[in-house]
Design a protein around this ligand. Structure first.
Ligand SMILES: Cc1ncc(COP(=O)(O)O)c(C=O)c1O
Length: 378
């Protein structure tokens, strides 16, 4: 008997596959052969190259974007009794590090168009206990930094999505007290794991240097001035990051092409809109986030995510409002509601976007989104 023919499974479109090539593989091999497994010359080179790239006086390589934010707060001496204002539309790490520092996160609402922190709301929350503000450049769209800087509170930018962003012609990385980048596997500069702290302030750079690695040598002996952490970056990861830094122009071109295809397609779909991108700024195009208005799109965000998943298209959510996640809800039960963030949290969906995607991957995603939309609005 002949085996029944099964219909060929459609190729999955992954959400953000890494864009790793032969260059990264060769760089890792070379690093392994060099004998440097931990922090060494490649981490130092990455710090120098990234400092030049963003125009900051200092860049310090650390083990993750989370560690970067944590050490930045500690360098600013944020601690118990202090408050740090941040956005609820972020990865929980942004708020978690405030808790790790012993301080209290205070969430400001976001702006309707780009879901970045609303400077007007931040202004109402600044008080005597406010020790820092952490704006998060969601998807790669810079926050409106000028009115935030005008509040006179130290600013730690969460630039995990913003390695290529510019705010009004100025590169993200040298505009605030500290700027923290992530080298996580999905990021524009993807090493797998890692983080970079950029600052012009000598005092903060020195504090981070003492905090990121416990060991400091003094001749053949050693001593410590603070009980530091273990948050240094290995040369193996730095070698990958250096290759990725070289590839930025090539990867940017691919991101632009994919985003233009999405923009054209989404413009035809009632009830589906991308987040705003401010033409005065350079957007890093790290994520392509759409908002789904169920009354016009015929289905909710969750309906769309499910249907796209069934069609082999992997999507993600950036982000569910942090203040409504279990720990934050239970620990801070009296939080005020943040209507813009809370509504957006149920409507946003991130489509596949990576320089590793082919034009065909994006075309398949667009096709699937169109079919799902047609079915829901029929
Ligand atoms: C907005 C934002 N902040 C912080 C982080 C933390 O970075 P990492 O994963 O490198 O610790 C991430 C994600 O990974 C993020 O998306």
């Amino acid at each position: 008997m002949q085996k029944p023919k099964s219909s060929p499974k459609p190729k999955l479109v992954g959400f953000q596959p890494p864009a790793i090539g032969e260059e990264e593989i060769a760089a890792v091999t070379e690093t392994l052969r060099s004998g440097w497994l931990t922090t060494g010359p490649r981490a130092a080179e990455l710090e120098k190259r990234f400092a030049d790239y963003v125009g900051a006086r200092h860049t310090l390589a650390v083990s993750s974007g989370t560690a970067a934010l944590h050490l930045a707060l500690l360098a600013l001496r944020v601690g118990p009794g202090d408050e740090v204002i941040t956005s609820p539309i972020t990865w929980p790490a942004t708020a978690n590090v405030v808790v790790h520092a012993g301080a209290t996160p205070v969430f400001a609402d976001v702006r309707e168009g780009d879901l970045n922190i609303d400077p007007a709301d931040v202004a109402t929350l600044v008080g005597e206990r406010t020790k820092a503000i952490i704006p998060v450049h969601l998807a790669g769209q810079p926050c409106d930094l000028d009115p935030i800087h005008a509040l006179g509170v130290p600013v730690v930018e969460d630039a995990a999505h913003a390695a290529e962003s510019e705010y009004r012609g100025r590169k993200i990385g040298a505009l605030s007290d500290v700027t923290c980048f992530s080298l996580y596997a999905t990021k524009n500069i993807a090493a797998g794991e890692g983080g970079l702290i950029a600052t012009d302030r000598d005092d903060l750079a020195e504090a981070v240097q003492n905090l990121r690695l416990m060991r400091r040598s003094h001749g053949s002996l050693y001593d410590i001035s603070v009980p530091g952490y273990k948050a240094n970056l290995s040369d193996i990861l730095a070698a990958i990051a250096l290759c990725q830094l070289d590839k930025i122009p090539r990867h940017t071109e691919i991101r632009r092409r994919h985003v233009a295809a999405y923009d054209a397609a989404v413009a035809e779909l009632a009830g589906i809109e991308p987040l705003d991108r401010d033409p005065r700024d350079r957007h890093a195009l790290h994520l392509y986030i759409i908002r789904i208005d169920s009354s016009r799109a015929g289905g909710t965000r969750d309906d769309y995510q499910r249907a796209l998943g069934e069609a082999g298209i992997q999507t993600s959510i950036h982000f569910l409002p942090v203040h409504r996640l279990t720990w934050y809800r239970e620990r801070f039960p009296d939080q005020r509601s943040l209507p813009v963030a809370e509504r957006a949290g149920g409507e946003i969906l991130s489509l596949p976007l990576s320089p590793a995607h082919s034009d065909e991957d994006i075309a398949r995603t667009i096709d699937a989104l169109g079919c799902v939309h047609a079915a829901f609005t029929a």
